[in-house]
Structure formats: structure tokens, C-alpha cells
Design a protein around this ligand. Structure first.
Ligand code: AMP
Length: 513
């Protein structure tokens, strides 16, 4: 079971079919993609790389990302996808920890040589052209054999609570993720196309797997990132497109559609399916997205340790407005995906009754093999086959999971638990509010108090008293923020997650000041 066999299959079956686009330009057919990947695989082996060796990809989204992924797998190598926004020192830490030998980079992301490598290749150089060069008439050697438990993707966590950890994802994990996309997220046909707006080093990149399974087209925007105007335009000619988007990206697409006056039908010409996840999607935001862009959304909840596979909230659930629990459902992350079991447990791993809040546990074939060279962290996260996600939530009678927060984001004020998400959901329904992040700040009297960072919609001046009044009307007094910070924007990482650690640090610094 080598993921490279998926590409080999399509290259033999339909070599002339369009596979990869850079913007509107055809970059490779299935035959070319496979031959280039196989050629590079051979050159990597000739250079002395052996199955199991690690290769870093530190680049912006680029059509060659896909060729490199499949080249590494073709040669039995392990890919280390690195967040393009990391500092060179952080990348070098990962290179050392992963004992990576080669890196492929784009120079906008890696402007300097990185230490600790045998070789660093600029994917836009003549050197890369040579490494990937193949003739359409070349024979296609089969991929090296790999077992289901061999590691394919060594994904480093964002490390917001200490050093990043290398999550070992196997060929089985990723194949499981790919197959259940068809059942739990969206069926894919050969005529479909996926567009890579969000960073390919994260979930967006591995969604190439289900789209390759279907022999669909893969579109990398020429800008290498998220430009709503470009994505809508690409969709009108190459689409309708499917894509993965963090909630912040969804917001940008919806803002754009509204700004230029596009309705659900127009959105349907550009987008088939927008899969969102990776961070909380608030009820007010998904309602607006559905209104503006129509029923083309599906939510997934997962984490690096069980990538893209945990729960999903289907298009049908999001459309079922007549359901008596619709409002709860759209604020949930949906039901367990097919290959996994999901339960909510106490700290010892004992099941909690339905409706009780506890840690979310996941078990199934998508769950990682463990953390790279870190048996202690592995033993803490994987117990009796269950992944302890560190997320806190509760299940209802119908199996829908509602996430509260990461356990480390919970605020304990005067002995009461406050889940920031609940306060955020409420503040987002206040007029003029665009974005909110709620964190705890230490307080001598209460232990912690609730602080809300609020971003106003363009042209709106927010008034703290009205925000407070809004909270008083909708949530218990003790949950409402004691302090408000009106800010222009929220700090976010490259994957669109709000950096609550940075907000807490900001509060500590102002306290100290
Ligand atoms: P990562 O490992 O970087 O993919 O981050 C995974 C974390 O993002 C999860 O453990 C959750 O805390 C959060 N997350 C992922 N999907 C969702 C979602 N649909 N709703 C809310 N939070 C999410």
C-alpha cells in the first residue's frame, strides 16, 4: 500500500487527462505528473536517499508541490510539510528533529540556505527542472513497495504549547482519510476540480489524495494563496471548484461575494463544495455564508493527529433548517466520520453521560502512529488505542459533537468554568462586530477574568457599553467579559487559527507594564 500507486493507476489508465493547473495554464497531464514524479524518485534514490528518509517541503502553494509529494512517496520517502510562515530557525529545529536530508523550497519562503541538510533545491530553478525532467515516452517504473504502517507524512504541530511535535501519519492513515472523503464529505467525480488556496502543508494539501483517487483536476492558483477574486474567476472557467478553507478564509470569500454583489447562484458557478474546519466556525458566520453563497458548505473537525477525520457536518445537515435542533446542529461539528469512533470522556478516559462536557477521544484508522521520537508524548496522547485530542466538547443524543474549546483555553473565573467559544458566539451577534477572540487574564480576586478582543466591521465604531448590554441580555452575568480590547485585527497563524497564546501574552505584558 503505497499512496504513489494511486497516481500510477491513473497515469496508466488515462495518461492524457489534464491533472494539474497553475492558474489557467495546464501544468501536467496525469501521464506527465507520474513520469516526473517517478523520474525525481529515481534521482533521489541515485543520490542515496533510502525508503524512510525524510524530505522537507518548505514552499508556498505551487503546482510542483503535488509532483514532489508523489515523487517522495514513489521512492518510499517521508514528507515533512513545513508551514511556509515559520522562521528559518524554527524550520531548522524541525530539520534537525526530523533528521531530514533534503528540502525543496520556494525562494520567497526560504530566502537563505537552511542548515542541517544534504541538499536544498529551489523548485523554480533549472536544477529542479533537471530533477523532474521526464519524456512522455519514458517507461513508468512501479513505486517502491510500502506497508500500510510505513510513515508517509511527518506533520509538525503548531507548537503553541511548547516545541512542535512530529505527527507520524502512515500510508494507511492517509488512504483512510482519502476514502472517507467520498462518504463523509463529498463524492468526487473525474470532472471535478480542487483548488489549493489554503496552505498545502496542512489539510488542504492532503485533500489532493481523494481528488487523485477520483482522477479529478488539481488547480493551484497562480498567486499561490487565497485571493477571493482569483478563486471566483478560476472557478468560473475551471470549476465549479472544491476547496478546503479555514473559517477565516470562508469569511473572506463571503465578504468578497457580498462586496461585488454575487449571490448563491453565481457562487455555485465558481464553487462546488467548500469544506471548512481547523478552527471554530461561529453560528452567525455560517448562517451568513449559507445566505450569501448557498448550500455548498461541509464542515469537518479533525487535527494533525487524525487529519481531516473526526466528525463532519454534512451539506444536508446544514440545509435542514426545519429540524427542531437546527440551531444547535449548525454550531456543532457534526457526527463521527465513517472510519472512526468518537466519544467524550473524563481525564481517566471513562465515558461521560450524553450531554456532559469532557475531552474528545477518537479511535480509528486515521489516527496517527505516534509522535516522532517522542514516546512520552505518544503515550500521553494515545491510550488503549484512543487519541486524546485535548479538545473539550459534548455529544448529544443524535451523536452530534459540539466543541467547547481546547482544554488549555478554558477560563476558570471565581471557580466557574467559562468556555470562551460561548462568549464569542454571543458577541458575534452584536451589531457591527466582525471578529472576536475571548481569553482569560489572571486576576487576584477571581483567579481569571474574561477579556474580549473585538474587531469592528469596516466603518463601524463600537461602543463597549452596548457590547456589555448585549452580553447581559444573552448570557449569564459571570460569563460576560470584564474587559474589552477594541483592536484592528486578531493575530492568526498561516492556517487561519487565532493565536490565543499571543493574546494572553499581550495581556501579561500590559499587566506587567
Ligand atoms: P491542527 O492539528 O493544526 O489541524 O489543529 C487541530 C485543532 O483545531 C483541533 O484540535 C481543534 O481544536 C481545532 N479544530 C479543528 N477543526 C475544528 C472545527 N471544525 N471546529 C472547531 N475547532 C476545530
Amino acid at each position: 500500500m503505497n499512496l504513489a500507486c494511486l497516481l500510477e493507476r491513473h497515469a496508466r489508465m488515462q495518461p492524457l487527462r489534464a491533472a494539474i493547473f497553475e492558474g489557467w495554464t495546464l501544468h501536467a497531464t496525469y501521464g506527465q505528473w507520474a513520469r516526473r514524479s517517478a523520474a525525481l524518485a529515481q534521482r533521489l534514490q541515485q543520490a542515496g536517499l533510502v525508503p524512510g528518509d525524510r524530505v522537507v517541503l518548505f514552499m508556498r502553494n505551487h503546482p510542483r508541490y503535488l509532483e514532489l509529494m508523489w515523487a517522495c512517496w514513489w521512492a518510499g520517502l517521508v514528507i515533512v510539510p513545513v508551514n511556509a510562515k515559520l522562521h528559518a530557525r524554527e524550520v531548522e529545529w524541525i530539520i534537525t528533529n526530523a533528521q531530514a536530508r533534503w528540502a525543496f523550497v520556494t525562494t520567497d519562503v526560504a530566502s537563505q540556505p537552511l542548515h542541517g541538510l544534504d541538499r536544498q533545491v529551489d523548485v523554480e530553478s533549472a536544477e529542479a527542472d533537471g530533477l523532474l525532467h521526464a519524456q512522455d515516452t519514458d517507461a513508468l517504473p512501479p513505486p517502491l513497495p510500502r506497508g500500510p504502517d510505513d510513515v508517509a507524512w511527518l506533520f509538525y504541530t503548531s507548537g503553541t504549547t511548547g516545541r512542535p511535535k512530529g505527527v507520524m501519519l502512515t500510508h494507511r492513515n492517509l488512504q483512510t482519510m482519502g476514502l472517507c472523503y467520498f462518504v463523509d464529505v463529498d463524492p468526487v467525480a473525474a470532472d471535478d476540480a480542487i483548488v489549493y488556496g489554503a496552505p498545502m502543508s496542512h489539510g488542504a494539501g492532503i485533500y489532493a489524495i481523494p481528488h487523485l483517487m477520483a482522477g479529478a483536476r488539481h488547480v493551484v492558483p497562480a498567486s499561490g494563496g487565497v485571493d477571493p477574486a482569483e478563486l471566483f474567476a478560476l472557478g468560473r472557467t475551471l470549476g465549479p471548484l472544491s476547496t478546503f478553507a479555514a473559517p477565516t478564509i470562508v469569511k473572506r470569500l463571503v465578504d468578497y461575494a457580498e462586496e461585488v454583489g454575487l449571490g448563491p447562484q453565481d457562487a455555485g458557478l465558481s464553487f462546488k463544495t467548500i469544506v471548512y474546519g481547523g478552527a471554530p466556525m461561529y453560528r452567525a458566520d455560517i448562517e451568513r455564508a449559507l445566505n450569501v453563497m448557498g448550500p455548498r458548505f461541509v464542515q469537518i473537525y479533525g487535527q494533525g493527529e487524525t487529519p481531516m477525520v473526526g466528525t463532519s457536518l454534512s451539506r444536508a445537515h446544514l440545509a435542514d433548517t426545519a429540524h427542531p435542533r437546527y440551531r444547535d446542529r449548525i454550531a456543532s461539528v457534526g457526527v463521527a466520520q465513517t472510519p472512526v469512533q468518537v466519544r467524550v470522556a473524563d481525564a481517566a478516559g471513562h465515558d461521560l453521560p450524553t450531554g456532559s462536557v469532557g475531552e474528545v477521544l477518537v479511535r480509528g484508522d486515521s489516527v496517527m502512529a505516534g509522535y516522532w521520537r517522542d514516546p512520552e508524548a505518544t503515550a500521553a496522547a494515545l491510550r488503549d488505542g484512543w487519541l486524546f485530542t485535548g479538545d473539550v466538547g459534548c455529544l448529544d443524543n443524535d451523536g452530534f459533537l459540539t466543541l467547547k474549546d481546547r482544554s488549555k483555553d478554558l477560563i476558570i473565573s471565581g471557580g466557574s468554568n467559562i468556555y470562551p467559544r460561548e462568549v464569542e458566539e454571543v458577541l458575534l451577534t452584536a451589531p457591527g462586530v466582525a471578529e472576536v477572540a475571548v481569553v482569560g487574564a489572571s486576576d487576584p480576586e477571581w483567579g481569571e477574568v474574561v477579556v474580549a478582543f473585538v474587531v469592528a466591521q469596516a466603518g463601524v465604531e463600537l461602543d463597549i457599553q452596548s457590547l456589555d448590554q448585549h452580553c447581559l441580555e444573552l448570557i449569564a452575568r459571570f460569563k460576560r467579559p470584564k474587559h474589552y480590547r477594541l483592536v484592528d485585527s486578531l493575530p492568526k497563524n498561516n492556517y487561519g487559527k487565532v493565536l490565543k497564546t499571543a493574546l494572553r501574552e499581550q495581556l501579561q505584558q500590559t499587566d506587567a507594564g
